[in-house]
Write a protein of this length. Structure first.
Length: 241
C-alpha cells in the first residue's frame, strides 16, 4: 500500500474551513438521502472534519467511521477513527455502509490497490448505499501553481484521469458530477501552504525547488489569490438493489 505522508492538507486551510465543509456536505446531501440512522465511512479522512460535521448535521446515532494512515492529534472528536490503511480496515470492520466517501485520496493508491478496494467496498454497501469518489478536476483545475509544480501536477493528473477512466469503464451505471468551491485566500497564507507541502505533488520537491517556486508565486499574485477549487465526483450505486 502506498505510504505517502500528507500532514498539512486540511491543517487550517480552506479545505478545513467551516464554509467549505458546509458547502461540501450540502453537495453530498443533495446527492444522497441520509438520516440519523445512516452508517458512514470516509476512507482517507484526514482530520475527519467532514465526518464530524455530518455527525452533528444528521444527528447520527452511530459515530461515522473515518480511516487514515495518519492519526492527527487534532482530529475531530465526533468520529470513530481507525488508524489503518484502506484495505486492512475491512478485515476487522464488518459493517455495511450507506455512504462510503473517498475524497482526494484514491490517487494515493496504486491501480491494483484501487481495483481491490473497489471490489471490497461495493460489497459493503447497504441496498441504497452509494460510494462517492472525489478527485481534482483533471481538465479544468485552477490550483495556483509555479512552473515546475504545474508540470508535475499535469503528470499526476494524467494518471488520475486513467484511474477515473478505469473506474468508470468497470462501473457503467456511474453518475458524474462536479463540486466547485470559490477560494479567496491571502497570498501569504497560500505560500505558507506551499511551504508546508499541502498537496502530494509537492512532497518530492527539493528545498531549492520549493524556494524558487515560492518566489515565482510571490511575483505572480497580488495580496489575495482567487480561484475555483474544482473536483470531479463520481457516484457508484449499489448494483445489488
Ligand atoms: C489529500 S488528503 C485528503 C483528506 C480528506 N479526505 C479531505 O479531502 O480533506 C489524503 C488523505 O489520505 C490518507 N491516505 C493516504 N493513503 C492512504 C491509505 N492507503 N489508506 C488510508 N488513508 C490514506 C492521507 O494520510 C491523507 O490524510
Amino acid at each position: 500500500m502506498a505510504s505517502i505522508v500528507i500532514k498539512n492538507w486540511d491543517n487550517k486551510t480552506w479545505l478545513s474551513s467551516q464554509d467549505y465543509i458546509n458547502q461540501f456536505n450540502k453537495f453530498l446531501l443533495k446527492n444522497i438521502k441520509l438520516d440519523s440512522n445512516s452508517i458512514i465511512l470516509d476512507i482517507g479522512c484526514g482530520r475527519g472534519k467532514i465526518l464530524g460535521n455530518l455527525k452533528s448535521k444528521l444527528k447520527l446515532r452511530t459515530k461515522p467511521f473515518g480511516i487514515d494512515i495518519i492519526n492527527h492529534k487534532d482530529k475531530d472528536k465526533r468520529i470513530n477513527f481507525n488508524k489503518t490503511n484502506a484495505l486492512k480496515f475491512f478485515n476487522k470492520n464488518k459493517h455495511k455502509f450507506d455512504l462510503i466517501l473517498i475524497k482526494q485520496t484514491i490517487h494515493l493508491l496504486n491501480l491494483d490497490e484501487i481495483k481491490r478496494l473497489l471490489k471490497i467496498i461495493k460489497k459493503r454497501l447497504t441496498p441504497r448505499g452509494k460510494i462517492f469518489i472525489f478527485s481534482l478536476d483533471t481538465d479544468k483545475n485552477e490550483i495556483p501553481v509555479f512552473k515546475l509544480m504545474k508540470s508535475r501536477l499535469s503528470k499526476s493528473l494524467i494518471r488520475d484521469k486513467k484511474i477515473l477512466d478505469v473506474i468508470v469503464k468497470s462501473n457503467p451505471q456511474i453518475i458524474k458530477k462536479k463540486f466547485i468551491y470559490k477560494v479567496k485566500i491571502a497570498k501569504k497564507k497560500y505560500l505558507n501552504m506551499i511551504q508546508n507541502r499541502y498537496i502530494s505533488t509537492l512532497l518530492t520537491f527539493t528545498k531549492e525547488e520549493l524556494s524558487t517556486g515560492l518566489r515565482e508565486l510571490n511575483l505572480k499574485y497580488g495580496k489575495d489569490i482567487r480561484f475555483k477549487d474544482k473536483l470531479i465526483c463520481i457516484i457508484l450505486q449499489n448494483s445489488f438493489k
